[in-house]
Design a binder for this molecule. Sequence first.
Ligand code: HEM
Length: 388
Amino acid sequence: MTNTTFLQSETDDPFVLYRKMLSTHPFYWDERNRVWAVYSYALCHTVLNDARAVIPDVHATAPAPLSPAAMAIVKNLARLSNAPHHATARAVAMVAFEALRPVAVADTLSHLLDDAGDLSALDWVEAVAKKVPVQLLLRGFNFSPADVRVLSDTMPRLVKIMQPAKTPEQVLALNQCAHEVYAHVEQHILTTGLVKNILSAIPPSETLNTAEAMTMLVSNIIGLFIQSYDAGRGMLSNTLLQWLQRDTRLPAITHRDGLYRFVCETTRYAPTIHNTRRVAAEDITLNGHVIPKGETMLVVMAAANRDPLRFEHPDTFDIYRSNNDDNLTFGSGAHQCLAKHFMRRLVTETLVSLFDRYKNIALHTTRVTFEPLVNARIPAHLIIALKP
Ligand code: HEM
């Protein structure tokens, strides 16, 4: 009846399908794709908080073997691990994230815009959104300006590590850049002494020697870069797109607090991550149906964010919505995104800096196309005109 998995590049408005599914099939067995698609807020929340619904193996169907460095990253990332290993991996990712030195967004944005060339037709995605989050993280870990450039340029190839379906060419490119990035980050991290903090932060149930702790630390720091590039570019682009498409002269929206609210409502209304997957580690009963062990669930958080049973007038963009923070765009449960607050502030500060510098900002094209991804809605390009 309905194809629950589709490329975001192929639809102008995925919410047409989500609205229909919310009212007719909030929980649905999609025979063609062999997934249980979950749309309602209550059921998405339940699945994300159920320890028996586990993260699938992203490398199960890879067409070629991963190199040792790529394999270390896949095996150690918090985002891809399950209990009991996940608690350790998450603790390591958090220690690394908390060690970040704060870096001013305005400086990074100014450098990027100064190097961007023609500001009357600027591709915001290429010039800014793909670079700001990952460069802030790299600078926050004190990488040199040359390293920041090299490492941020490898991200488009490296992020393929998160995709379940990879081509042999992608695996080859991935293996090579994973090796280079891993060696680079490891050498830099050795100079920071951060591994000592890791050894004291891991849960008592898991014992790691220094070499294992180092592997986990390096892998999770690389994971932070990957995730900042992947979801970060979408959030920066979707928020600016919403701003340009709305009547943003409202005074509330042009000051910092109003912009912060605008960013938060955009994460609910026009999210970057639309869905995530889980596999039943044992039979799970959901809404009266048994999901047999081994079957996959597609948790459609973007649909849950517009569930009228959770959000009043869900299709209205309302920056004063009182329960906006309940939205599921950053996940929920054990795997909830640890950069939720960081990203909301980062996007707000980027827009504050942009609006301080340019008083006339316009969308250059009316039709925006999206990347050919199943799980995320990320503008492929966003061409804007900037004038002081
Ligand atoms: C600086 C940028 C970011 C970093 C460093 C980051 C980091 C992470 C990490 C480490 C996890 C795994 C947590 C765990 O498994 O314990 C995670 C999960 C997640 N992140 Fe982020 N993230 C970033 C940006 C974003 C953005 C912009 C979004 C969405 C707009 C997002 C959405 C998510 C979601 C949905 C999950 C949970 C996935 C699942 O449960 O399947 N992240 N993030």
